[in-house]
Design a protein around this ligand. Structure first.
Ligand SMILES: Cc1ncc(COP(=O)(O)O)c(C=O)c1O
Length: 454
């Protein structure tokens, strides 16, 4: 087990993150607890900015908020001068609630509703990434009704299949996302957007091939296909599109075997392929954008849990159950994702016992880590699961009515809450009892309160 980024082991043998003792954090804030190492997040954001401004001057790095979005995260992203990709009215609302500059927001999604598009237009988001013809027509109507012009990119599926889990491949032709590359229908839609829609200004193209991609060649191939397509649009339609957004997708380290490329390698490969392809067809180099999510925030996150029941099934398996599970981290059940972890209160002890970490949900599949070597596990131990910054909180649910965990940042020895822990009251806050049922248990609310007080 390798510690990540700014993790270390303190004098008491506890895991430290961002200068904070994780066992004390668990005591102070409770568990499960999402911990974000702010310095690690900022460092990745800076690595991206540095690499892309070096290899592709004038390019733009856009953080993909779907990986993790809260108002505090928006503030950090803004302070690091990255732009922001949002994918729903809810994500847009979160960004606006954090005063994120709308002109640096890119609005994505394969089925944006009319009210989401209206909201985006009303707030003047920088670019809308149009996914399909239905959306294109809707957006023209909305922009015309508001008497404004909207800048768009059109999302293209470049036909590149990448080596990652099928659920997070998005660049293949058989995809719910985008316009397929180089079909007559796609060219017609692009022509319509560019020439026949008075309130739409088509400025470029977008593609995104998938997530947790480790092989940089796939990004290079997609970049080359997209540049060639820009060339075809110039030759056939006389269009000169200035922007090329190549999406996100760079992988991160989940287990010790993973060796993800650095943002620097990624920027270099994209720069080389875009530059070479442009020069072959004599096309001016477009402004390039990338949209990393996971690789900015993933390794900055750790989730702390308290171990409860530990049980042995002789000659079969030893289980340790924690106080969270598929509700706060659905990636294991969704994608068979593999995680590493340590016992935060025994971080200096030798791992010598094979154990399976189970969650507390009523599903046999609710297992966070199958067969991990840890020091002997006992009830009350604090388990720290690594690389949980991306697609954990943002994909969390309330299955079994488990309240969502709190989230904190740790930074230079300080900790701050950035998302409060949900309460049981939050779980019924939006429930309504129809009047016809209201009379049957007039005292229900009162009895819950008095039960909680006892
Ligand atoms: C359009 C788009 N951009 C960016 C991303 C971010 O990808 P990642 O978090 O793998 O970098 C995604 C993820 O699905 C996406 O769909």
């Amino acid at each position: 087990m390798k510690l990540r980024g700014a993790m270390s082991i303190g004098q008491q043998g506890h895991l430290l993150i961002g200068g904070c003792d994780t066992v004390e954090l668990a005591q102070q804030y409770g568990t499960p607890l999402y911990v974000i190492d702010e310095a690690a997040l900022r460092q990745k954001a800076r690595e991206y900015s540095r690499a892309f401004s070096h290899y592709m001057p004038g390019s733009e790095v856009i953080y993909a908020g779907k990986a993790l979005l809260t108002t505090a995260i928006c503030r950090i992203i803004d302070e690091e001068h990255l732009s922001l990709d949002v994918v729903s009215g809810g994500e847009l609302y979160t960004a606006l609630a954090a005063d994120f500059p709308p002109e640096r927001i890119y609005f994505h999604g394969n089925n944006k509703s009319s009210s989401e598009l209206s909201m985006a237009v009303a707030h003047g988001v920088g670019r809308i990434v149009v996914d399909n013809s239905h959306e294109l027509e809707l957006l023209q109507e909305i922009a015309a009704a508001k008497g404004t012009e909207v800048k768009i990119l059109m999302r293209i599926t470049p036909g590149v299949e990448v080596n990652t889990h099928a659920y997070i491949q998005t660049g293949q032709f058989d995809s719910k996302f985008g316009f397929p590359l180089n079909t007559a229908e796609t060219t017609a839609a692009i022509n319509r957007a560019a020439r026949q829609m008075p309130n739409i200004r088509l400025v470029g193209l977008h593609c995104h091939i998938g997530s947790q991609v480790m092989d940089l060649r796939s990004f290079g191939i997609a970049a080359e296909y997209m540049v060639r397509f820009l060339g075809e649009l110039r030759d056939t339609l006389g269009l000169e599109l200035e922007e090329l957004d190549l999406g996100g997708g760079l992988g991160i380290r989940y287990d010790g075997e993973d060796e993800p490329p650095e943002p620097e390698d990624y920027a270099r490969v994209i720069s080389q392929r875009v530059t070479a392809a442009c020069s072959e067809i004599d096309l001016p180099i477009p402004k390039v954008m990338v949209e990393p999510g996971r690789s900015i925030v993933g390794e900055a996150g750790v989730t702390l849990y308290t171990v409860g029941a530990v049980k042995d099934i002789p000659n079969v398996r030893r289980y340790a159950a924690v106080d969270g599970g598929m509700t706060d981290n659905p990636r294991v059940t969704l994608y068979q994702a593999v995680y590493e972890a340590c016992l935060a209160n025994k971080a200096a002890e030798e791992p010598r016992e094979l154990v399976t970490i189970a969650g507390k949900c009523c599903e046999s599949g609710d297992v966070l880590i199958k067969d991990i070597l840890l020091p002997p596990v006992e009830p009350g131990d604090i388990l720290a699961v690594f690389s949980t910054g991306a697609y954990n909180y943002s994909m969390a649910s309330n299955y079994n009515h488990l309240p969502k965990p709190a989230m904190i940042t740790v930074y230079r020895g300080m900790s701050d809450i950035i998302v409060e822990r949900e309460t049981y009251a939050d779980l019924v806050r939006l429930d309504r009892i129809p009047p016809r049922l209201a009379g049957s248990r007039r005292t229900a609310a009162g009895s819950v309160k008095s039960a909680a007080a006892r």
